[in-house]
Design a binder for this molecule. Structure first.
Ligand code: ZN
Ligand code: ZN
Length: 371
């Protein structure tokens, strides 16, 4: 059997090290589990990584020590040295920072609480802590070949689950039962976990974009939103399909037709170099044409990767933080329209941006599943 290709941890680490001086810091501390996994391969639930110009130190506790040593010697982690926490993470971090003589140290502002930063400050003497934003997230925006290979495989798997919905969604079953069966199907096709709690929203509940499954049984004339995701090798896939119990009402069918047209328009519009907000505008203008502009209450999509919601955001224009579509991005396209008391429709696929447009990774038919 061919050995799996390892992520380029050394390359990612080197890119961060070369960015240190531009941020006027001697080192950077990573605390977000996704950042740590991306840069070192360590997937434990607790750990810190100190990246200095000439080395990277993984600080973790006794629960992970043996595994980390084994993974290091097997080449399944990036080039880090291990530092074990004797008592507390803040004290272990403080010791490393003081020992290496690091004067200015960056931290991930989006992931460190005020309380944690206070503890780090007390443990690290004269060190100045400098907030940094999106250093690793910026690198994660563009997926490399290895990441794309994983996400392509995951997209095939989640499409397979979508194709099984005809056997799962039945009138009389509760939303909760349907969600449970979808999660078992995710496991059967090989996902390690759901990427988020599965959404099954029927009838009036379908008008709530983030409804949780209830004990409501699927009834005639319901629209049913089925939104589910899976994790493979740390990477998230995310897909939404629609079912109807018997023939949908005229209004329900109009919603479906409009959302499908908006979904297709957004996918057709995608080109590197455009603003992400223009992808949103492509979907939104179609819904407006159909008279459902007000019913589209969320963004058109979000980035996918180690997090199920990551950069970029494909929503209304944000003059303070405009984002550009770039080849290598993976994001969802998921317009929706929701009418209180009547129902809602959302259709979601995962796309990979290429030079000429995009490749739709998820391939399950978009058709309304009538059960
Ligand atoms: Zn989703
Ligand atoms: Zn989504």
């Amino acid at each position: 059997m061919q050995a799996p290709v390892q992520p380029d941890w050394a390359g990612r680490l080197a890119r961060l090290q070369s960015a240190l001086s531009a941020h006027s810091v001697d080192a950077l501390v990573l605390s977000s589990p996704q950042s740590i996994r991306y840069v070192t391969g360590f997937a434990g639930s607790a750990g810190l990584v100190v990246i200095a110009a000439d080395r990277a130190i993984l600080i973790t506790d006794g629960r992970y020590e043996t595994v980390v040593r084994q993974e290091l010697s097997a080449g399944r982690l990036g080039p880090v040295t291990l530092e074990r926490v004797a008592r507390r993470y803040d004290l272990a971090l403080g010791e490393v920072v003081v020992r290496l003589g690091l004067g200015r140290v960056g931290f991930e502002a989006g992931h460190v609480t005020v309380a944690t930063l206070g503890a780090w400050g007390r443990a690290s003497g004269q060190t100045v802590w400098v907030a940094t934003e999106r250093l690793v997230e910026g690198m994660r925006l563009l997926k490399d070949d290895g990441e794309i290979a994983i996400m392509r495989k995951g997209a095939r798997m989640i499409s397979e689950v979508a194709c099984q919905l005809g056997g799962i969604v039945k009138r009389g079953k509760t939303e909760r039962a349907v969600a449970g069966e979808i999660e078992r199907a995710l496991e059967r096709v090989g996902f390690s976990a759901p990427a988020f709690p599965t959404i099954v929203a029927s009838g009036p509940n379908s008008a709530l974009p983030h409804a949780h499954p209830t004990d409501r049984a699927l009834a005639p004339n319901d629209l049913v939103v089925l939104d589910f995701g899976g994790v493979i090798d740390g990477y998230c896939l995310d897909l939404t399909r629609m079912a109807a119990v018997g023939a949908p009402s005229e209004r329900g069918m109009a919603l479906f037709t409009a959302v499908r047209a908006a979904h297709e328009a957004a996918i057709r519009a995608i080109r590197p170099g455009m603003l992400t907000s223009d992808v949103d505008a492509a979907a939104r203008s179609v819904l407006e044409t159909y008279g459902f502009g007000e019913a589209f209450v969320h963004s058109t999509g979000h980035g996918l990767g180690l997090d199920v919601h990551e950069a970029p955001r494909l929503g209304r224009p944000d003059p303070d933080a405009p984002e550009t579509v770039e080849a290598g991005m993976v994001f969802t396209i998921e317009p929706g329209a929701y009418l209180e008391g009547i129902g809602g429709v959302r259709l979601e696929d995962d796309v990979f941006v290429v030079a000429t447009g995009c490749e739709v990774l998820t391939t399950a038919p978009l058709d309304l599943l009538v059960v």
